[in-house]
Write a protein that binds this ligand. Structure first.
Ligand SMILES: C[S@@+](CC[C@H](N)C(=O)[O-])C[C@H]1O[C@@H](n2cnc3c(N)ncnc32)[C@H](O)[C@@H]1O
Length: 287
């Protein structure tokens, strides 16, 4: 496959995953728990974004509303947030949540990050939580981010860190992998841990002319509001591309795996939350 064919292939994979009703339903069903679980990521992103009342903010790949909803509360009625995503179904879940919360300073627009339908220098802030790794032409996406951000504006992003330091992914996948290895994927494939090595990202942002580019690596316990078994169920439901691999294990193997997952996470279960450690990286920059 040449570079153009590969980019087209990634685009098809990403569009299929995020517009499939299975994915959208899972993100809707687990939305509340996911919001609690990933709050440390949202908090880190918000800390680096230097938000203030009255700002205009663009959220890219906003999914079911994070971090657009918490940011809308910060910028207040004088500010505004545009939450974008390629998936109309994901945005519909976000819009419903905003309506129920009575938030009126944000709007939802279907937009591919590679071709943003906004004028140059439109936004004070551009953000994305767990979106960058899915962008099939990351250089083009970064160029669009640069174009729509106002001079002096800040953009900040959060992505999953290296899989080796990520107990959340590691303890769930290791017992499967030990029995039968997961199919290998190319390094540039749009997988959740594609930018585990954050230096790749900072270099790309620096090349696009941002004046200050910085990153920070985190490894923190994420508060999953349920038992280790529920944590696995959530992981399975949301990681739709991994389902064929997980489903290839028969019932006995799967039960044995689940018991290993429960044992691995038992030290993280405090009776209310499973606090598994996860690594994540923030990248933040000024235009
Ligand atoms: C892991 S979800 C993150 C959603 C949300 N930001 C969150 O943290 O809960 C990834 C999102 O990226 C969106 N996405 C992937 N590629 C995109 C693109 N090229 N343009 C816009 N959205 C994209 C998907 O539709 C999906 O909603």
């Amino acid at each position: 496959m040449n570079a153009v064919e590969q980019s087209l292939h990634f685009e098809n994979v990403v569009r299929q995953e995020w517009t499939s009703p299975t994915t959208i339903n899972a993100w809707q069903d687990w939305s509340e728990e996911q919001s609690i679980h990933c709050k440390p990521l949202t908090d880190a992103l918000i800390r680096h974004t230097q938000l203030a009342e009255g700002q205009t903010v663009l959220d890219l790949a906003g999914g079911v509303g994070e971090p657009a909803l918490p940011i809308a509360r910060i910028v207040g009625a004088a500010g505004s947030v545009v939450a974008t995503d390629l998936s109309e179904g994901m945005l519909a879940v976000a819009a419903d949540k905003a309506r129920r919360e009575g938030l009126t300073n944000l709007r939802f627009e279907v937009a591919d990050v590679h071709e943003l339908p906004y004028a140059d220098n439109s936004f004070d802030r551009v953000v994305s939580r767990l979106g960058l790794m899915y962008f099939w032409n990351i250089e083009q996406a970064i160029s669009e981010i640069h174009r729509v951000l106002k001079p002096g504006g800040v953009a900040s992003f959060v992505v999953w860190g290296s899989p080796e330091q990520n107990e959340y992914f590691g303890s769930i996948l290791a017992p499967f992998n030990q029995r039968r290895e997961m199919p290998a994927q190319s390094d540039d494939m749009p997988t959740p841990t594609r930018f585990g090595d954050v230096s790749k990202l900072t270099e790309m942002f620096a090349c696009q002319g941002f004046s200050e580019v910085a990153s920070q690596a985190y490894c923190e316990a994420l508060p999953w509001p349920g038992t280790p078994r529920e944590l696995f169920q959530h992981f399975y439901d949301m990681a739709v591309p991994l389902q064929p691999y997980i489903d290839s294990f028969d019932e006995n193997e799967r039960e044995a795996v689940l018991q290993e997952i429960e044992a691995a996470f038992s030290k993280r279960w405090d009776g209310k939350y499973t606090n598994a450690f996860a690594s994540f990286n923030t990248v933040y920059l000024t235009k």
